[in-house]
Design a protein around this ligand. Structure first.
Ligand SMILES: CC(=O)N[C@H]1[C@@H](OP(=O)(O)O)O[C@H](CO)[C@@H](O)[C@@H]1O
Ligand SMILES: [Mg+2]
Length: 520
């Protein structure tokens, strides 16, 4: 097992020891940092039978990458070697064992949908207690809520709780709304598919604190009947490019989906011909960045603004931002930790994965004058959860910008048109044989693979394709885009076969039937 793109993740049964050891590691990290550490038990967008655990560093940021390898090493030793491995970590990191340790943990009980979470959370608590850590169990929370609470706690607000989160963002949202337009688009309903996850109850609370006269949120997939992330949620809608099962859509209404732990957000709608229109992380980033840029301009503030994307960003979003908007772009490997780190190198960084996970960061070293010269910008940043991508905050930010611009979803999706694209998965014997470079846009090993992809891509107008081993599933992911959906599907199919043939494919050959991708 390895601490992958976002912690340890896999089938929940048989993972207790990993959670127990992560409790121990969190306690050690807390002693080293002399601050509380967060532990989140969730498998995000994965199916219900999976579970996962990730550690959160004191300011609400992802666990330092240098500790990921310690986590992997600790998770992989036998019980007999455990104490020796712990000693090695303590010595190599010079951890003062006499320091106290403190942890904030979220216990993902989530009623009946995630039965494994309770026992796995207890395993974390047991591991932490073995090092004498004091644990504060915050119960059911979204991932970004735990990041927020942890950052506030370590910032000195030791009484911070969930209610604090709602009050903070509800008042920030109300302050940002354009009072003159109070009855304009934001008061038309936005229907939110909460993936039958934790976000449903939390979003309901947030909407209550804002007030039904100000925002009209209709919660769909609240977990009362459906299964977590099954035929619903942000990942399903993004990858399948279709609405969650059972949702009756009307043209030009606003629809959104969260993932299971509510850190991803995507929007979608129907056009007048009832074609499905997706407004994904790339479009949210474009909306945020152009809004920030316009407000900087209005206030004549000169700050370096950058957008951080991954290779999954639609080619036309990148073209739009660079060529039409003149905004600086950076590309990093997949995984929020990389995007967040890069965002911090700009005065203002807007980062989003195409799947809807992202946020905005603001360099804390900028002077108060620079930070607050543009009143709107300051109010906008108050809505943002700067610790990590947060579906609820991002939803409020989108709603407020649309209202401020007096835009419906139609004006928003028309800022640029996506290139048709397709994602696929290929099973191989060992996905670790695939090594990538150039922010995952090129395959380095096996050496035959990249030339094969290049040759295929050349056949399709506006073609682009790349492959990479997933960090959360035992598959190789394939992405393809081209001028038409048929060509994007075809290219994804051809590249999937190349991965299968050159990368040691196992099981059935990846095949598409018509436009339907059978490898997904
Ligand atoms: C293509 C894609 O959406 N990949 C996701 C997925 O990672 P993989 O390494 O691709 O399995 O889960 C990560 C954690 O949620 C997320 O950061 C990432 O963007
Ligand atoms: Mg998630």
């Amino acid at each position: 097992v390895s601490y992958g793109t976002a912690g340890f993740r896999g089938n929940a049964s048989g993972m207790e020891y990993v959670f127990f050891r992560m409790g121990m590691l969190a306690a050690l990290r807390s002693k080293l940092k002399e601050a509380a550490i967060g532990v989140m038990v969730t498998a995000s967008h994965n199916p219900e039978h999976d579970n996962g655990v990730k550690l959160i560093d004191p300011q609400g940021e992802m666990l330092a990458q240098s500790w990921e390898s310690l986590a992997t090493a600790l998770a992989n030793v036998t019980n007999d070697q455990l104490i020796e491995q712990l000693k090695q970590i303590i010595d190599s990191q010079k951890i003062p064992l006499s320091n106290t340790s403190f942890m904030l943990i979220h216990v993902y009980i989530n009623n009946s949908y995630k039965p494994s979470s309770l026992s796995l959370s207890r395993a974390v608590l047991d591991g932490a207690s073995a090092f004498g850590a004091t644990c504060h169990d915050h119960g059911l929370l979204t991932t970004p809520q735990l990041h927020y609470i942890l950052a506030c706690y370590n910032g000195g607000d030791i009484k911070v709780d969930e209610e604090h989160y709602y009050q903070n963002y509800a008042s920030a949202f109300k302050a940002l709304l354009n009072k003159k337009l109070m009855n304009q688009p934001v008061t038309s309903p936005v229907t939110v598919d909460c993936a039958n996850g934790v976000g449903a109850a939390k979003l309901t609370k947030l909407a209550e604190r804002i007030g039904a006269n100000i925002i009209d949120i209709v919660v769909y997939n609240d977990g009362q009947s459906g299964k977590l992330n099954e035929n619903c949620g942000a990942d399903y809608v993004k990858v399948q490019q279709r609405a969650p099962a059972g949702l009756n859509m009307e043209p030009f209404h606003r629809y959104a989906s969260f993932d299971g732990d509510a850190d991803r957000l995507i929007y979608y709608t129907l056009d007048s011909d009832c074609n499905f229109i997706l407004l994904d992380g790339d479009k949210i980033a474009a909306l945020f960045a152009t809004y920030i840029r316009d407000n900087l301009k209005k206030a004549s503030i000169n700050l370096r603004l950058g957008i951080i994307q991954t290779a999954y960003a639609n080619g036309n979003s990148t073209n739009f931002l660079i060529n039409q908007q003149n905004i600086e772009i950076a590309c990093t490997p997949t995984g929020v930790k990389y995007l967040h780190e890069k965002a911090l190198t700009f005065d203002i960084g807007v980062y989003f994965e195409a799947n809807g996970h992202g946020t905005v960061t603001f360099d804390p070293n900028k002077s108060a004058e620079e930070r607050f010269a543009a009143k709107k910008l300051k109010l906008f940043l108050d809505i943002i959860n700067q610790t990590v991508g947060d579906a609820m905050c991002d939803l409020l930010a989108v709603e407020a910008i649309l209202q401020d611009k007096n835009w419906s979803v139609k004006e928003w999706y028309r800022i640029y048109t996506e290139l048709p694209n397709r994602q696929a998965k290929v099973q191989v014997a060992d996905r670790r044989i695939i090594e990538t470079g150039d922010a995952e846009r090129k395959v380095i090993l096996p050496s035959m693979l990249q030339p094969a992809i290049d040759e295929l891509v050349r056949k399709y107008p506006s073609g682009r394709s790349f492959v990479r081993p997933s960090g959360t599933e035992d598959v190789v992911r394939v992405y393809a885009e081209a001028n038409t959906q048929e060509n994007a599907d075809d290219l994804a199919q051809q590249v999937s076969l190349a991965v299968y043939n050159i990368g040691g494919g196992v099981g059935k050959k990846p095949l598409f039937k018509g436009n339907k991708c059978l490898v997904n």
